[in-house]
Design a protein around this ligand. Structure first.
Ligand code: SAM
Length: 295
């Protein structure tokens, strides 16, 4: 698909919002980035494999590593189907995941024995990454409202060998107020303004944005309630719009922002100091991450 045809599919209201937030020049680059396909990227699942096993199991595919995370690989010129046919994939030794989507669990930094809530978890890329990062030793609760997506989450948690994960098929806003967690990841449902590409049909609309903004604030408020004092909350979206990001974080009163160090080689857009807004390009999806601490 040519860039011109693709650009015509971007809703005018979204193009205007991007220009107002980032300026005309940057917003033109963002629109051009939406017209690019990204290579397949994946994460080694340390619960089942290691880098040496990846190199043996995928010796026919040309791979390179991402600079910010030793478990992240980039496969230029290979299709998802090629991966799905490998034994390594079928055994759960790797998980196909966008690079940007691997960032939030790194900032959660789960440790053995900690109680961690993954509040909106399906299909489970980040739940299984949290489990792997803790060596299978964190006590993870993964919640998902949608029944069909919940089944996908359950399948992935089992396939990736993520033990000590409790699965809840409910609306996270209704979780018992008696729960308390050391750490929470809220990878919130969003308008998807960061992940537009020729193979993702454009679902963005002002109506969807409005709905997401209200849901994100309600989920953030609930996350704050469920955190132990001194606990940390990582908030992320696959949107680059400030309504869903900085303004959502600012809606939560009484928390302290923990500044995030920019990860190596990750392209960034301007965002509130201490937060990260990943710029969509030929490799990364647009994404936002912020880390908050409850006093
Ligand atoms: N973290 C997931 C991953 O890495 O695989 C992706 C999460 S996706 C951005 C957001 C998820 O939130 C969707 O699966 C959606 O069904 C779910 N969701 C939306 N509203 C919810 C709610 N009120 N309670 C729980 N889950 C919800």
């Amino acid at each position: 698909m040519s860039d011109i045809v693709f650009k015509n599919e971007i809703p005018a209201a979204l193009a205007q919002k991007l220009a107002a937030q980032f300026g005309e020049e940057t917003s033109e680059k963002l629109l051009a980035a939406f017209g690019r396909e990204r290579p397949v990227t994946f994460r080694v699942n340390r619960l089942k494999a290691d880098a040496a096993r990846v190199e043996r199991g995928l010796s026919d595919i040309s791979l390179r590593r991402a600079a910010f995370y030793e478990d992240a690989f980039i496969a230029e010129g290979a299709s998802e189907r090629e991966f799905e046919e490998t034994a390594l994939y079928q055994e759960g030794g790797i998980y196909l995941q966008s690079l940007s989507s691997m960032l939030p669990p790194l900032f959660v930094a789960p440790e053995a024995g900690e109680s961690i809530l993954d509040m909106t978890a399906a299909p489970g890329g980040k739940t299984t990454q949290l489990a792997a990062l803790s060596g299978g030793s964190a006590l993870i609760t993964a919640c998902e409202r949608d029944r069909f997506r919940f089944e996908r989450l359950k399948y992935n948690v089992e396939k990736q060998g993520a033990g000590r994960v409790t699965l809840l098929n409910e609306d996270a806003r209704s979780l018992s107020p008696y729960f308390r967690f050391d750490k929470i990841l809220l990878d919130a449902p969003c308008s998807g303004s960061g992940i537009i590409s020729p193979s993702h049909s454009v679902k963005w609309s002002e109506k969807l944005l409005f709905k997401c903004v209200s849901l994100q604030r309600a989920l953030l408020k609930k996350a704050y309630e469920l955190l132990k004092p001194g606990g940390t909350l990582v908030y992320s979206t696959c949107s680059i719009l400030r309504e869903e990001n900085e303004e959502a974080v600012a809606s939560l009163k009484g928390v302290r922002l923990i500044p995030l160090a920019p990860p190596a080689g990750v392209p960034l857009l301007p965002s509130l100091q201490g937060t990260l807004c990943v710029a969509p390009d030929g490799l990364f999806e647009g994404f936002f991450v912020a880390k908050l601490k409850k006093p």
